[in-house]
Design a protein around this ligand. Sequence first.
Ligand code: MRU
Length: 350
Amino acid sequence: MAESEYKVKTIEWQGDEVVMIDQRLLPLEEKYIHHRTWQEVAESIRTMVIRGAPAIGVAAAMGMALAAIQSPADSYEELKRDLDTAAEGLFATRPTAYNLGWALEQQKQLYAEPDEVEAIRERLKQRSQEILDEDIAMCRAMGEHAAPLFPAGARILTHCNAGALATAGYGTALGVIRSVFARDPSIHVFVDETRPFLQGARLTAWEREQEGIPCALITDNMAGYFFKKGEIDAVVVGSYRIAANGDVANKIGTYTVSVLAKAHGVPFYVAAPTSTVDLGVPDGDAIPIEERDAAEVTHFHGNACAPSGVAVRNPAFDVTPHENVTAIITEVGVHREPYVESLAEAKKGK
Ligand code: MRU
């Protein structure tokens, strides 16, 4: 895949450094941060320099490769100890993202058996690049599977940012929208702003502008108004983790959108790679939900917008029950109820 095809570079290797665009500063500033250690990568995941489940997976895989490069170990045992420490530190950053654990597992397998330390270093770096390339290919495949689901001139609502920035470079939900747009330039996209971190307003609106896809940015509480007026034909969102029964954890507010979609008879699609599907959790209740800093709710661009000391709850994700999900699109195809069977089948196909 030619690099120049991607207008947004989320994350890449430059020599032995991992470079990420700082997503906290977009769209006002395009700044790139260089990482030389796994600890720096972990901090960037935690503070949301990089975010979005697949992008976090790639970052974690690269973090493991950096851990191997930075480790002074010259025996297998020493290197394994350093890598296990890094894996633990990276895993603790964002508990809801299944891709994070998935990517770490991929890397752990590469040093499970004793080997030359140099060979392990090389393998981890190479695998992290493969995970990046595979992610782009999976997103493109999802777009191909999903595009026929949308009617001509579809008005599509999306929540949060599931675009190139949230992945290795093409996008899950926004990748689907890209593929639909490539076939039908008459589509229109409603972008939820996505309080409190504003991934929709800051990132999806910015990415969509790069692609020239027509859109309207709305605040989250306006979605019901447009559903009621019959101005939304379909919803497509990404996911942080999908349980075996098809329950979908995604950015806070996704559940609300799914309820609105169901109430108005609008199809609600989820686009995510099979690396987001966690057959180890039976349903959404078993998915850990990250709670983030109160300041994300009480402050806006560093300025207080709430009384100081007010009690705050700030869950970063919610769970949409599978009954509200019309179909789940992975790189394997389009999956429908019963998800217990169709998702298990999709994972087997991998
Ligand atoms: O907290 P974030 O910004 O990492 O949350 C991102 C989301 O919830 C996305 O919708 C999800 O990761 C899909 S990304 C392709």
